[in-house]
Design a protein around this ligand. Structure first.
Ligand code: HEC
Length: 153
């Protein structure tokens, strides 16, 4: 009886060990490939969202435009985590090394882009020139960052 009990205890330990080993890779940090491809996907998504924002805003569909602006703002915040030190090269990244030499300036531009989308969402409806306001508070932030931190493409 005792021996059966001991065998059972070992079985449990064994199962737990297998479980832990299997779940380790899933819990470990994202690979460099996932990070670089992930940020490219987020930027591409923001680009298509920005185009939709522009289209919706000029059609006067303010509520839909607004929720997309908030989505873009959140994506920028997520992107702050997508530039760790080990993701400087590979996987056709267009991120320039200057990002890591001026990390604060880069992050500040990302935060400004995020904050501006929130500000934009509360004021664009009343703007005299919606198009100009979008240029100023949405598109100009892309350019400000790309011209310094993204390789020519
Ligand atoms: C604070 C900096 C920053 C801001 C703001 C920013 N970008 Fe970028 N963007 C980058 C960097 C850096 C890359 C290169 C990422 C890589 O290749 O690893 C990039 C890449 C891209 C790409 C290429 C993605 C791919 O598949 O290779 C697109 C498209 C893009 N950005 C669009 C935009 C648009 C549109 C905006 C504004 C609405 C914007 N970005 C705002 C820094 C920024």
């Amino acid at each position: 009886m005792l021996i059966n009990h001991i065998i059972n205890v070992f079985k449990y330990f064994f199962c737990i060990l297998i479980f832990v080993l299997l779940s380790l890779p899933a819990n470990s940090e994202m690979s460099v490939e996932e990070i670089i491809k992930g940020r490219k996907a987020l930027f591409s998504k923001n680009y298509s969202t920005a185009k939709r924002v522009q289209a919706l805003a000029s059609k006067g569909e303010f509520d839909k435009a607004k929720s997309l602006m908030i989505e873009m703002s959140e994506n920028y915040k997520t992107l702050l985590e997508y530039f760790p030190d080990n993701s400087k090269e590979g996987f056709k990244t267009e991120a320039l090394p200057l990002i890591w030499e001026n990390k604060k300036e880069f992050n500040d531009l990302m935060k400004k882009a995020s904050d501006d989308m929130i500000k934009l969402s509360s004021l664009f409806e009343d703007a005299d020139d919606v198009r100009a306001t979008l240029t100023q508070m949405m598109w100009s932030n892309c350019k400000a960052c790309h011209s310094k931190f993204r390789a020519p493409h």
